[in-house]
Design a protein. Structure first.
Length: 226
């Protein structure tokens, strides 16, 4: 099989796993206990208790902490993108270096640039997810600030407001998770510089690691017991 064909299959395999796992995790979370499911319950409990607190500074502080975490990753993706664009201007030197490191493979300047473009696309996608997560956490801060006194609300109204506020936090968490997932898959994309078969295997390994953490990790068991 020609090298170009193997590369094409590897890229299709990569995106198939990435998109397929995202859809699988989203649907699976609706029927089994996983990190997303358990955190959704905890966020709902958090918002219900928030409504009954006179001082909501602790809740605002928690949202600010979450925003700082997301900001770190958003800033990091910009730095990585800047580095990738810089490397693309020296693709000829990178191809020569890779040829010396991996003598059994052949590297053309255009092939190296294509692989760098894949990495750039992944981090652009991650940046959009992180910044959208930031905005949604900001929306949640507004909901906390505008929250009525829970003692003046009926039980049904409390549950309704808490559920809607928790849903906003939940969506922010999902966007952050999509950004992190992009970074995980970018690590497997690095192996494409070595070998397309290794790229395909690494994609499967990354997917299995994420599946284990989402559905079978020790932290999930701890959340289930809380």
């Amino acid at each position: 099989m020609m090298a170009g064909t193997i590369d094409l299959i590897a890229v299709i395999w990569f995106f198939g796993l990435w998109i397929g796992y995202t859809l699988f995790a989203k649907r699976r979370a609706k029927v089994v206990s996983c990190l997303s499911f358990e955190l959704r319950r905890k966020r709902n409990d958090w918002m219900q208790k928030m409504l009954l607190r006179d001082n909501k500074m602790a809740d605002v502080g928690l949202i600010s902490t979450l925003e700082r975490n997301v900001t770190f990753f958003a800033s990091s993706t910009l730095l990585i993108l800047a580095g990738l664009l810089t490397v693309m201007t020296a693709a000829d030197k990178l191809s020569l270096m890779l040829s010396n490191l991996v003598p059994w493979a052949s590297y053309s300047e255009s092939a190296v640039q294509l692989k760098l473009l894949l990495l750039a696309f992944i981090f652009v996608f991650a940046f959009f997810q992180f910044t959208w997560s930031l905005r949604q956490y900001g929306f949640c801060g507004v909901l906390i600030g505008a929250a009525p006194d829970g003692r003046d609300m009926t039980a049904d109204d409390q549950k309704l407001y808490a559920n809607r506020a928790a849903k906003v936090i939940d969506q922010a968490g999902h966007s952050f998770n999509y950004g992190l997932r992009s970074i995980y898959f970018s690590l497997s994309a690095l192996t494409w510089f070595i070998d397309p078969i290794m790229f395909m295997v690494a994609s499967v390994v990354v997917m299995m690691v994420m599946k284990h953490r989402e559905f079978h990790s020790k932290v999930l068991k701890a959340l289930q017991e809380c």
